[in-house]
Structure formats: structure tokens, C-alpha cells
Write a protein that binds this ligand. Structure first.
Ligand SMILES: *Cc1c(COP(=O)(O)O)cnc(C)c1O
Length: 474
């Protein structure tokens, strides 16, 4: 493809993307497809090459796009807001267009330095102190894995450089709760912690927040038995019902043991942009690492996950491929982001944030988050006054967990659970709105996650009507 051909095809593609956004409400939220349907539309044999880009755009429109679950649709209330602001998409295009190679500072000085600056802008916009240094990771899952590896090496005094975990010989414990995201357990296992040594601390039965006194009891029992508390993963805004573990109390408990405290605020971290929400993140300055995803509610397109560290030097010693990894890296050397995580080559992801912050601006982003908080509170209030409906967990931010209890099913928890799964599935299949079914205490409920960029109050009004009609008809 020549640059001139690229220009023509590129303009067509951008027009197509803009048109899709304009017409998004005319499409179903969830495509009406079964596994294998999309693949069956595509040729089995690879192309010979030589096709015109217009033919591909045609197939994108007719074969591929109808197979997308439209998470940018204003009636999408599933999982979490996976916003992709158009401003950040421009940054993604710019990143591809620059086509630089991020394997070292020298391979693209601007990639490293724009990232340093933008990550620091984000630090200051979220009210974090200058004691933090940050890096962009692909996802919060990777950020947690990186934190767990760092924790392991701190607890074992760099056992990786000698006899590893086998040589260390004592059980290394990781503490979290059953409400933590599945990526937390995965990260701990991948970092080499034993499944038997991962402790799920009891939670408050309504809020689902970790109970710090139970954490203290468990740590004491483990230490008495010869174990080492290596890490605590604190969820600030858990996936299920937005639980906030009590970070200041956890810090108090953990401090004498020097376990690594990693804060997983993947979804809720966007709320740190709002000064009135920062109380939810109290204690964060005493943690060792913090990650959150601008690629969720804030709306920077995937994959943009921020990882902040108090002691990046420690991480660099753990991750560096330079044999003299124990050398000090301070002293005016350029940042080598390959030593802040797992991959060698990295994309110019900072441009996504750079574009979004400069075009949309922090104030517009904050206004949108406040609108969503208002909408979620309004929606929860509507559910609470409706007969036969319950809000089943506290509404900490923008997620409302609900359950429908028809009078004839009262007292029969199995039937209530089945009924809720059934109406959510029927509603989702209709394509008119999308909610995530979720389990709470072993029974099905529905999560309404508010916060798509285009969702306004009238969309929630429409959702209420859909709830009445789908849950009311069985
Ligand atoms: C979404 C989420 C994750 C995982 O995020 P990825 O970036 O997809 O890995 C982890 N923790 C919490 C609390 C989340 O909401």
C-alpha cells in the first residue's frame, strides 16, 4: 500500500467510524449471534492478496460490525463502562501512524518522555502526591501481576537472583477477599505464590468490604505458623458490588509485617478525578502500588492502564534484563520502561491520554463522571420505591445491583434467583439494553453499570420501562 492509497482508504475508514458513532442507537446492543456464526461468514482459505481496501470496508460493515456487542451504546449497562472517547481514538491512530519502537529510551525518546509527563499529569489530576511514579501497562491484570512479582521479590529479598522460591522455603502469603477481581488470584498464582497460601479474608455481609480485624487474625496465625505475609491486594471498587476495602485499617494491620500493599482500583480509579470522591481512596498514599484503568469509566480507549509505584527502583531491579540489576538506576539516566513491566517492545500509548486530556479536557471528563453518579443515584432511588424490586448492595459509585422479587416467589430463593437470570437473559437477547447478570450469596441478581459516554437520564428512564416489561412477564 502506498501512502496515497493509505490516505484515501484512511479517510473512508474515519468517515465510517464517525457514521457508526452517529447511528449507534439504531443498532441492537448485543448482536443476535451464536458461537461460530461470525467465523462461518469468513472464507476458510487465506486471501491471495491484491484486494481493494473498499472491499474490506464493505465486509467490515456487513460481516464484522454486526458481530460486535456495542459497549459504546447508551443502553449498555453491562460489566463496566468501557468508554472509548473519539479524542483518545485519534491518539491511538497517531500512535500507529508514528509507528515507533518502544524498546528503550533511545528507540523512541518521545515515547518515553511523553509517557512520563502524561502519567504525571494523571497523578496530579487524581490528587496523588509527587511520591508516586507511574507507567502505562496494557491492563490492570498485568499491573497486578507486576505488583505481585515485585512483592514476592521484596518479601524474599530477591530470591530470584539466587535459589528462587524453592530455596526460600517458607510459605509466602497473599491476602485479598473473595470479592477481588479474578485477575488478582491469577496474578498471585502466576507470580509463583501457592494456591494454598492465598488467603481470602472475610467481608462485611452487606458492603462486601474486607474486615480488617479478620485480616489481623489471619496474619497473626500465619506468622505464628512460620509464614511470611508478602502482599495484600486491596480492592477499591470491586467488580461485583463496588466494595471498598478499608485501606487505612489494612495499612495499620500490615505495617509491622512490611507486606506489599497493592491497590486495585481498576474500575473506580476514575472517581479519583473528583475531589468529592477522594475520601473513598483514603490511605492510598501509604500503599506500595496502585493501578487503575482510564480505559474504563474515564474513557481512554483500551489498552490504557496506569500503574503507580512508590519505589520504582525496586521494580526495576526485579524486572531489569541488565545483569547488573542490583546497581542503582538513579543519577539522571533516562527511564527505560522495559524495566517497569514484562514486555520489551511497547506502543506509544501515552498519546491516547494526551489527546483525550487536551481535546476533551479534565473538566468535561469530570462533568460526565458527575452526571453518571447522579444518574446512578436517581436510578437506585427509582428502584427502591418500586414494589417488588430491591437494591441489594450499597451504591458507592455508578453501579446499582438490583433484584426483582415477584410476590408469588417470595421466600423461595432458588426460584427468585432463576427468575432474575431469566429476565436478564431475555432482555439482553432483545438487543434493547444489556445488563450483566451477577451472583450474590449464591443467587442471581442484575448489575446496572451506569457510565457509557452517551448514556443520559432518559436512557435510564427507558431501562426502567424495560425492567417492568421483562421482569413483569415470565
Ligand atoms: C476490570 C477490572 C480488572 C481487570 O481489568 P483489565 O484491565 O481488563 O485487566 C481488575 N480489577 C477490577 C476491580 C476491575 O474492575
Amino acid at each position: 500500500m502506498t501512502p496515497e492509497e493509505f490516505r484515501t482508504a484512511g479517510h473512508e475508514l474515519i468517515d465510517w467510524i464517525a457514521d457508526r458513532r452517529l447511528a449507534i442507537e439504531q443498532r441492537p446492543v448485543r448482536p443476535n449471534v451464536e458461537p461460530g456464526d461470525i467465523a462461518a461468514l469468513l472464507p476458510v482459505d487465506p486471501p491471495d492478496g491484491g484486494e481493494h481496501a473498499a472491499a474490506i470496508l464493505h465486509d467490515l460493515e456487513h460481516l464484522v460490525a454486526p458481530g460486535i456487542t456495542e459497549v459504546q451504546h447508551p443502553m449498555h449497562f453491562g460489566w463496566f463502562p468501557s468508554n472509548a472517547s473519539l479524542s483518545s481514538i485519534l491518539g491511538d491512530v497517531a500512535s500507529s501512524g508514528l509507528s515507533s519502537l518502544g524498546i528503550s529510551w533511545e528507540s523512541s525518546p518521545a515515547l518515553t518522555e511523553v509517557e512520563e509527563v502524561v502519567v504525571d499529569w494523571m497523578r496530579s489530576l487524581t490528587g496523588l502526591s509527587a511520591d508516586w511514579s507511574g507507567v502505562i501497562q496494557d491492563t490492570a491484570s498485568t499491573a497486578c501481576l507486576v505488583a505481585m512479582i515485585a512483592a514476592r521479590e521484596r518479601a524474599t529479598e530477591h530470591a530470584q537472583a539466587t535459589s528462587g522460591l524453592v530455596g526460600f522455603g517458607r510459605p509466602l502469603h497473599v491476602y485479598t477477599t473473595a470479592e477481588a477481581h479474578s485477575s488478582v488470584r491469577k496474578a498471585a498464582l502466576l507470580a509463583g505464590f501457592a494456591a494454598d497460601d492465598i488467603r481470602l479474608i472475610d467481608v462485611d455481609e452487606f458492603s462486601r468490604d474486607m474486615m480488617a480485624d479478620r485480616l489481623a487474625d489471619q496474619i497473626k496465625a500465619d506468622v505464628d505458623a512460620g509464614g511470611v505475609p508478602a502482599a495484600v491486594v486491596v480492592s477499591l471498587g470491586s467488580t461485583g458490588v463496588t466494595a471498598f476495602d478499608p485501606l487505612p485499617a489494612v495499612i495499620e494491620v500490615v505495617r509491622p509485617h512490611q507486606a506489599w500493599v497493592h491497590v486495585d482500583a481498576a474500575m473506580a480509579g476514575s472517581a479519583m478525578l473528583l475531589p468529592e470522591c477522594r475520601h473513598l481512596f483514603a490511605g492510598v498514599e501509604s500503599a506500595d502500588s496502585l493501578s487503575w484503568n482510564p480505559h474504563k469509566w474515564m474513557g481512554t480507549i483500551l489498552d490504557t492502564s496506569l500503574l503507580y509505584l512508590k519505589d520504582p527502583e525496586h521494580l526495576i531491579r526485579v524486572m531489569s534484563t541488565n545483569p547488573s540489576y542490583l546497581r542503582s538506576t538513579s543519577g539522571g539516566e533516562a527511564t527505560q520502561y522495559r524495566d517497569w513491566g514484562i514486555p520489551l517492545g511497547r506502543r506509544f500509548r501515552a498519546l491516547k491520554l494526551w489527546y483525550q486530556l487536551r481535546i476533551d479536557g479534565p473538566d468535561e471528563i469530570r462533568q460526565r463522571l458527575r452526571r453518571d453518579l447522579d444518574n446512578a443515584a436517581w436510578f437506585a432511588a427509582q428502584i427502591e420505591v418500586r414494589p417488588d424490586w430491591d437494591v441489594v448492595a450499597p451504591v458507592r459509585l455508578q453501579t446499582v445491583s438490583i433484584r426483582h422479587v415477584p410476590p408469588e416467589l417470595r421466600g423461595d430463593s432458588d426460584a427468585i434467583s432463576e427468575h432474575n437470570l431469566d429476565w436478564v437473559r431475555r432482555l439482553n437477547r432483545s438487543g434493547q439494553a444489556f445488563l450483566s447478570p451477577s451472583t450474590l450469596d449464591g443467587g442471581w441478581i442484575a448489575r446496572v453499570s451506569v457510565g457509557v459516554e452517551t448514556t443520559e437520564r432518559h436512557h435510564l428512564q427507558r431501562l426502567l420501562e424495560l425492567l417492568d416489561s421483562y421482569a413483569g412477564s415470565r
